[in-house]
Each structure stands twice: as C-alpha cells, then as structure tokens.
Design a protein around this ligand. Sequence first.
Ligand code: GLN
Length: 486
Amino acid sequence: MSELAHASVAELGRLLADRQVSAVELAQLLLKRIDAHRDLNAFLDVRPDVTLAQARAADERRARGETGALLGVPIAHKDIFVTQEWCSTASSRILQGYMSPFDATVVASLKQAGMVCLGKLNCDEFAMGSSNENSAYGNVLNPWDKGAVPGGSSGGSSAVVAARLAPVATATDTGGSIREPAAFTGITGTKPTYGRPSRWGMIAFASSLDTAGLMTRSAEDCALVFNAMLGFDPKDSTSIDRPREDYTRSLDAGVKGLKIGVPKEFFGAGLQPDVEQAVRAALAEYEKLGAQLVDISLPNAELGIPVYYVIAPAECSSNLSRFDGVRYGHRAKDYADLTDMIKKSRSEGFGAEPKRRILIGTYVLSHGYYDAYFIKAMQVRRLIADDFQRAFAQCDVIAGPVTTSVAFGFGEKTDDPVAMYLADLYTVPGSLAGIPSMSLPCGFGAKGRPVGLQLMANHFEEAKMLGVAHAYQRASDWHKRVPAGY
Ligand code: GLN
C-alpha cells in the first residue's frame, strides 16, 4: 500500500479507473501518513471525516460510470484559498478559526473534477515571505533536511509533495512563492500566466501579481491538474476570457530544434557555484536532447526586487485594509471607541511582516511620494516586461536558476529582511511580466539539498513550457528522488 503514496497523479488516475484502489482507501492511507509526519507542521487543518466524505462521493461517481483523470485523486490546498469545510486563515492570527461561506474557484473546480481534499496547508502569513518563517502557526520543516527551510511562501505545499503526503498541492506565486519552495524541496512547481487561474477566493496579497499554481512531482502531473483548474471565471475581473486548453498536448513534443534562451543576468555574482553547476548540467542535457542554447539578456531584470518591493507592499496595504475587526476575524477585547478597536485588532492580529509591508505600502502610495515610488515602479515594471518580449523573439523558452543558493537554515535571514527579499532575485522578473514559469528539480547542492531549474515561457505558452520540462524529466530522474524516511 505504501508505494501508492509515491504514485503520480497520472498513475493514481489509472489505478482508480481500474478499480485497483478506491478513493476512500487512498485518502485513508494519506491521512495516516499526514498524522505520522505531523512534525513537519505542514498542515494547519485536517478533518478526516470531511475528507472521507469527499472520497466516498468520488467512489460513488465512479460506480455510476463517471470517468475522469482526477476523480478520487487526493490534493491539499494552500491556506490562501478559502474553503467552506476547512478553516481559512492565510496563516495569520487575524483569521484564526475563520470559516468561509464559499469555496475559492480553484478549490471548487478541482472538487468538481472529483479531487479529494486532505486539508489546508501552512504558508507565510498572507503569502509574504520566502521561508515559511512568517507563519503565525510555526515553521514548516524541509523533508530533505529538518534544519533547512522548505521555502516560502508555499512552504506547506512544497513539504507535503516532497514528503509524499499528497501527490499534488495548490500554491500561489506573487513573486516566487511556488518556484522557490519547489526548488528548495526538489519538486516541480508551476505558475501559469497571470489571469489564467481565477483569483476568486484567493486571499489577496498583491492583486496584479497573485497567481494560483501547483506543486507536483512532475510536469505531466501538473498538466493533468491544470486541465481542470485553469479557465475563465466571470467572478474575477482580471480573469482572461479564453477557451479551456489541454495542457498535456505538448508533453511529447520533445525539444529538437527548440531555442532555449539563457539570460546572462541570471548567472551573476550572487549565484552560488553548487547551484550554477547543477543548472549548467541541466542546460547541457537539453543540448544533448537536441535543443539549442542561445545567449540572451534581460537588462532590467536586476531592478525586479526594488520594483516588486514597491508594488507588492502598495497593493497589500490596500488589500489588507479589509481586516478591520468588523467584518472578518480577530477583534480586540478591550477598546475605547471604533478607531481604537480597529487599531488594537490590527496590532494584535497581524504579524511583523504584514505590518512592515503595510507601512511601506502606505508610504509609497502617499501624496507626495506616489509619483517617485509607485508610478516609477510601474514604469520600470513595463521595461522588465518588454525585456521578456524582446527575448522571446530570439528563443522559445528561457532557462536559468530559480534561486541563488540551496535552501538556507532557520533563522539565517530572519533578522535581515533585505537578504530574505533577495531570495526572489530570479523569480520576481517573471512575476512582474505575468509570464508562466516553473521550477523543476535538476540535482543537489551543498549539504545534499535540492537545486531547481527555472523555465519561463511567453504568455499562454504553459503547455509548451510543460512539454520542455517533461522532455527533461523523461531523460533524468531527479524528480523521482525521495527524501530519506518518506
Ligand atoms: N517572497 C516574496 C514575498 O515575500 C514572494 C511571495 C509570494 O510569491 N507570495 O513577497
């Protein structure tokens, strides 16, 4: 039975279709594993009775003759997506115990496809962070090395997929929160084009950047789940009205004759030699498979971090104003009047990182500074996006490292917010441009910790990008490595 925990989404779909296993048996097995590995602190809310009811419903649908690649396949959701049957907290004290009256569209679509939810996953508070150390509910451990962070903000999502507690997990990426944790835990993490997945019911951090995506073990699994997850949603004003696609369609296209752009700015001074070596070896493998490497330049990419850390806090300062002690979550006990109640509720409810960003965001949006910071950042954002368009005239996809180093240790960067922000050096440019990008495992670096290879493609070319990733995963086995003890 335990090898079932190691089976891919694709394999599980086949086993369920052949009645070799039932959705209930699968859910029971994984709930047991989740309980046995509670020390990872990856789950914030597990409700076996609700999970098993969903599994029974999936089995009944199959018994009635329904088919579907995902019917009965388990999944877990980052606690940024609201859910009716589990608490939705964004890992913040301000939303402790909050029950949503509705499911996020992403959650609802996957439920509709018959996926069985195992529970809600720990993350950085309001998805702000790169190490999961900003959660109000404690650190998530990296299954490869319990002294290392699992990455952030989707640290719970990366840890459960790496530890084989779930075959797939939802995650969100605003500046790198899918790709960086995927790289740190040796799994495949994919962010689609901005506007392709619905943001309805995703607790907002920076609305012009927030993008739902997936943590999986392989590009193939990601394509299968994207088929059910990505589509137009009239409830989200930034959702793009395009027909649904089959994201598996390019999986077998191979990479012969494909041009892979290698941006020189992604191989600068900050890149650690162990990461560079693994990434260069992966690029060499692509050449062996028939792709051609072309040198490209993204001259404004290095401005990504300062631009992102103006825009994201500006948007968050506005989005987080809804948490006022009146409508949602925590309300202070003793207060003099309405203003005092709001002040106290927010002071008690928010952790240090959201507070820091609300302060920065309010400042850069304030009269007198708006033009100098926010407008300027928006202008440079356009330059960064234009760099990508010029690059994609020369190549089909772009490849490079995800992070400058392998996963760092707990506490290593917590006293230095800027050092923490630099963890997103290579992921933020793609976020600002709104293009699809992903991390796939390509080896191990210092202390035996995993290294990720980043792929980026132009808007709406996620199928092509997944095909390029799949070609590598057919030729390598990094994505099949399992941390010891799991
Ligand atoms: N680490 C970045 C931040 O702290 C990105 C977070 C994200 O993508 N959600 O904002």
